[in-house]
Design a protein around this ligand. Structure first.
Ligand code: NAD
Length: 506
């Protein structure tokens, strides 16, 4: 992996070209592992958003993309996958120096997942049912009926800082696959990889104007995009709080929306669980990416019969997580994304102690050699947590695990569901029938049995309750980027047989 480069400059990417912001303004992107500025990025104002949306609209209306055959679009998706693989090193580097994600994870998981999603979607798009033929009805009279799936038009994607590249592509891929054009606004901390992806799309042969990226703050750039009259759909991943605001703003022009929001996912260890799998599995479920994953298993329910043993084993195994510079391939856990997030997480750790939870390990900033200016926090485990404590109810988005003891399985299920969120959940057990029984009762969009974090390009991902609505990934995601049209062709040429006209004529 390359050593730190000099500060790079990124303009906006609109209409297939790099363009500066009209105002000439820029903002800085920091490396959370060192606290150093790594890039300057053009800050899109309202005029730039207007321009990007207009370009996307004109491109959509021209038919250069929206009227291509599914086979032709599939071929472009495959070529996009190829370009991403050719440029994987640079993408991994840009992602790591802005988000603090480890190169080990980004290279081994994120990049491959994006490639796989492109390849799988290229297949789905060719198999997709664009036209459904309805049976000929007898009432009120015979007619040929078809239901068409059409692209929506101009989509806007607003993405968070935790998995900037992947979460942008979870929107870009299905949007493009179904013939839409899109304008993406990445989070201000992490716009670099998304801007680079837009350039690669054009190099892959996707026409300019199909994928555009405008960087800037949520409150100005984001709101300009969400309220824009020429945007037909908004796909958002981020906090539940901002999701509610997006929902409200999108109502102004009745846009279609999909929301992937926060989580506080429960992980239940049953008394018969194989602890050799469940202990590292539960830690993997919560401490990957320093706990900054929406579906992290942040609440761990443990049966009273094994409670002390599990806590002891968790505290022992957590020592095997190696904190370090995310650019080193030896690092398992990097920093949190920013000073702001660092302060939020440390405040929650203080709060947990005030609420009476028992700090088992961690709980303070970690010092990492060579990264003294970075925002590292020790993996932190709280025991004796009650499900009604704020550290068990609120999304911390940092390396903090809350362990909760239960007596009866039904009690664990009730507590697991006692949250405003419903993104993911999991069960650790050797009894698969019991696992399925519990999975049916858990109100979450994804349930893992003896696993965590493993998502697939062909399975839908999304939330129950205040974790949002709409689904990403898989065939189901394609539906989110289409609208339905019913086309009716009369099969009754004789006027006298059109008895329904009698409702009006005497
Ligand atoms: P955030 O809600 O603060 O920001 C997300 C995006 O929205 C950013 O691009 C931001 O600039 C933009 N934004 C902020 N205010 C806006 C406004 N008023 N109008 C338009 N856009 C606005 O979230 P974050 O802090 O970047 O990310 C962390 C959150 O994302 C966590 O709550 C996490 O659970 C959630 N998340 C959810 C999923 C999922 O799939 N459900 C995945 C990853 C992250």
């Amino acid at each position: 992996m390359a050593a730190d480069l000099e500060i790079q400059s990124f303009p906006l990417f609109i209409g297939g070209h790099w363009v500066p912001a009209r105002s000439g303004e820029t903002f800085e992107v920091m490396n959370p592992a060192t606290g150093q500025v790594v890039a300057k990025v053009a800050k899109a104002g309202k005029e730039d958003v207007d321009y990007a949306v207009l370009v996307a609209r004109t491109t959509f209306d021209s038919g250069v993309w929206s009227e291509l055959s599914p086979e032709a679009r599939a071929a472009m998706l495959m070529s996009f996958a190829q370009k991403i693989m050719e440029n994987a090193d640079e993408l991994v580097y840009l992602e790591s120096i802005s988000s603090g994600g480890t190169v080990r994870r980004i290279a081994l998981s994120d990049i491959l997942q994006i490639g796989d999603l492109l390849v799988q979607t290229a297949k789905f798009v060719q198999e997709y049912k664009y036209v459904e033929h309805l049976p000929i009805p007898t009432v009120p009279g015979p007619a040929e009926g078809q239901v068409w799936r059409e692209p929506i038009g101009v989509c806007a994607a607003i993405t968070p800082w935790n998995f900037p590249m992947m979460l942008a592509m979870w929107k870009v891929i299905p949007a493009l696959a179904m013939g839409n054009c899109i304008v993406v606004k990445p989070a201000s901390n992490t716009p670099l990889s998304t801007l680079k992806l837009a350039e690669l799309a054009v190099q892959a042969g996707i026409p300019g104007g199909v994928l555009n990226v405008v960087a800037g703050p949520g409150a100005s750039t984001g709101e300009a995009l969400v309220t824009h009259p020429l945007v037909d759909k908004v796909a958002f991943t981020g906090s539940t709080e901002v999701g509610k605001r997006i929902m409200h703003m999108a109502s102004g022009s009745v846009k279609k929306i999909s929301l992937e929001l926060g989580g506080k996912s429960p992980s239940i260890i049953l008394p018969d669980a194989d602890l050799e799998i469940a202990i590292p599995g539960a830690l993997f479920g919560v401490f990957m990416h320093s706990g900054q994953i929406c579906e992290s298993g942040t609440r761990l329910f443990v049966h009273e019969s094994m409670y002390s043993e599990v806590i002891e084993q968790l505290a022992s195994k957590v020592k095997d997580i190696k904190l370090g510079n995310p650019l080193s391939e030896r690092t398992g856990m990097g920093p949190v994304v920013s000073k702001q997030q660092f302060d939020i997480v440390l405040n929650y750790i203080r709060l947990g102690q005030e609420e009476g939870a028992r700090l088992v390990c961690g709980g303070k900033p970690a010092v990492v050699e060579g990264c003294e200016g970075g925002y590292f926090i020790e993996p932190t485990i709280f025991a004796d947590v009650r499900n009604d404590m704020r550290i068990a109810q609120e999304e911390i988005f940092g390396p903090v695990l809350a362990v909760i003891q239960y007596k009866e399985v039904e009690e664990a299920i009730r507590l697991a569901n006692d949250t405003i969120y419903g993104l993911a959940a999991g069960v650790w057990t050797r009894n698969i029938n019991e696992a399925y029984r519990i999975a049916r009762k858990l109100r979450a969009g994804t349930v893992w049995i003896n696993d965590w974090h493993l998502l697939r390009s062909d399975a839908p991902f999304g939330g129950y309750k205040q974790s949002g609505f709409g689904r990403e990934l898989g065939r189901h995601a394609l539906d989110e980027y289409t609208q339905l049209k019913h086309v009716h062709v009369s099969l009754v040429p004789e006027l006298e047989k059109r008895h329904w006209l009698g409702m009006l004529f005497g």
